[in-house]
Structure formats: C-alpha cells, structure tokens
Design a protein around this ligand. Structure first.
Ligand SMILES: [Zn+2]
Length: 330
C-alpha cells in the first residue's frame, strides 16, 4: 500500500475512535509507549501496533501487542506453524474467519498482510481483555487472561478459571503468557527514563523476599513483588514520574499506592502505615508517597513493591530488570 493510503487509514481510525468515545481523551486506557528499533519493534510495524492498541477502549498496552508479535512470529509476516497458524500474528484460519479485518482498505482481508493482521490481532485481544475484565475471580490479570485466550482459546480459560496451569499442553500456554508479560517490559519505550525527576528506588534498604519465591502465604502461590525490610514509618518514594491511580486500602495489600508511569507500566507500594498522595495526583521520581508499615496481610513491617503491566493484581513482572534498566543499583 502507499504511504498516502496508510495516512488515510490512520485518520479514519482516529475518527472512529473519536466517535466512539465522544471525543473524551481525558482518561486514556493503559496506553503506553513503544520501544522502536534495536531491541524493540521493527519501525515498519510500530504505527500499526500503536494504532491497534489505541483502538481498544479496554486498556491494551502497545508493548503487550508488540511482545505478542515477537513471541508469535518474531515479527515475520510470512511465518507459518506446524498446526496451521498464519502470518505475523499467527491466526488460525477459523479465528481469522471471525476476526480478520481489511485494515488497509485494499479490499482484501489478508492474514499474511501485517496491515490487516495487526489491527485484527488488536481487535481480538481487545475483546479478550473485556472477557478477562468480566471474570475478576479468575486467576490472572485481564491481560494475562486475554493472552491465554489468544493462545489456547477462551474455552480453556473458562475451564481452568484462569491462565491454564503448567500441566496444560506441556506448559505452552502458561509459558506463552509468562514470556509475553516479561518481554512487554523490554518493548515499552524508554524515553521517559531520566525525565521529570528521574528514577529512584522506593526506599534505601536491602531487598528481602525475592520475586517469584514460592509459598503458601501468597494467593497466587508465589511472591508477586519484592520486599524491602524497613521499620514502620520509613518514607517511601515514587520510583519515577507518573500519576497515582490507586491510593487507599487494598485488602491483603493493606494501604497501597499504585502509580502509572509514562511507559505504560505501573508500580505498586503496599502495607503502608500512611499515604501522602491521592488518586489522580502527578508525582516525580523521589516524590514521597507515604510511610512504610505493616497493614494488610504481613508477618512483619516491610514495603512490598511490584512492577506491573496493568494497575491490578496479577499483572506483575520481575521488578529488578525494570529498575536496573533505569540505572538503579539493586
Ligand atoms: Zn511482599
């Protein structure tokens, strides 16, 4: 297709989005930026991915779609698979029948054409995220559930009431979800690093219980963050620039704060004794958000800290690589 036609496609997409949302752009969905080029998305697919994510009103970060494309096909539009999956987004023919779109308006719904496949992937994923949001009792965040549904079919997600366990299909779906959640951190844009106050550790203290340590005291069966062992009343800071999306009681997490960063990722600070920010507040790296404590489900005073791809429980990723990528020593 020509660049002119691509331009028209983008304009129409934005116009359609505007109509749907009544022009209200005040509260964008998860959104987020994209690492383009080396170590990230091939430049020729970046706009397609950003548009596909923006077209979803359920909160679908472009970094998730990008990590999914890398996992599915390595960004290869000619990719096939032994079981018959086709193209850059690895649609099965039956799924393409339902979800395939003519994204570039050339009169064909072509599974081998990224300009059709990536918008279709976004549309399908968006519907799966909505299904995930409709099942908050399932094991996994809406995005994890959506990825599992994309890989194994939503019937399996219903069957297992969450992301299928490692015992299902020799771990294929379990690892698919895990890999994409981890890769999405690499796929998120780094341009916010160092701006608007830079990045800092939430507290200067040794890290205790590591990420993914297994144990019966966690509802997920493993530790979803890292712990910093500090006495009650220790000042806790936002690790980077962002907007407070949660500030208040959070069940087993006690008093918690969740901050959305410009890269579309979220940081969470739990078991606080006192909060000094409120929802909607803009913060910088180093802004004090509260004091550490022992509220919620704890065995002693500490800061529980998570990095997430979404605002809610179950979208956690390993915090250490995320922090180190921002120049922090931990
Ligand atoms: Zn913890």
């Amino acid at each position: 297709m020509t660049p002119v036609a691509l331009g028209i496609g983008v304009v129409m997409l934005i116009a359609a989005f505007d109509d749907d949302k009544g022009g209200d752009f005040d509260a964008p969905p998860a959104g987020g930026s994209l690492r383009i080029g080396k170590g990230g998305v091939p430049p020729e697919y970046a706009q397609l991915i950003l548009d596909a994510a923006a077209a979803c009103d359920a909160g679908l970060p472009p970094a998730i779609l990008a990590a999914q494309l890398k996992q599915e096909s390595g960004f290869n539009p000619d990719a096939g698979s032994p079981v018959g999956a086709q193209g850059i987004s690895q649609f099965m023919p039956g799924t393409w029948q339902t979800w395939g779109v003519d994204g570039n308006g050339d009169g064909k719904r072509d599974v081998w054409d990224p300009e059709d496949a990536i918008p279709a992937q976004g549309k399908f994923m968006c519907s799966l995220v909505k299904k995930g949001k409709a099942h908050p009792q399932y094991n996994g965040s809406p995005i994890e559930l959506a990825l599992a549904g994309y890989n194994a079919g939503w019937g399996r997600v219903d069957q297992y009431r969450g992301v299928p366990p490692e015992s299902f299909a020799r771990g294929e779906t379990y690892n698919y979800v895990k890999n994409i959640m981890a890769m999405s951190v690499e796929m998120a844009g780094p341009e916010d690093a160092g701006s608007a106050g830079g990045w800092t550790l939430p507290v200067e203290a040794p890290a205790g219980t590591p990420y993914h340590q297994r144990g019966p005291m966690w509802s997920s069966g493993y530790h979803t963050g890292i712990d910093f062992v500090v006495p009650i009343g220790t000042p806790i800071e936002s690790i980077g620039p962002g907007t407070v999306v949660t500030a208040g009681p959070g069940g087993a997490y006690g008093n918690q704060v969740v901050i959305r960063h410009p890269d579309g990722m979220f940081s969470q600070y739990a078991h606080l004794s006192r909060l000094t920010v409120s929802k909607g507040q803009k913060v910088k790296g180093g802004t004090r958000i509260g004091l550490s404590g022992a509220t919620g489900n704890v065995s002693g005073p500490h800061l529980h800290f998570e990095i997430r791809t979404g605002p809610d429980y179950g979208s956690d990723v390993s915090p250490i690589p995320y922090l180190r990528k921002r120049g922090l020593k931990i």
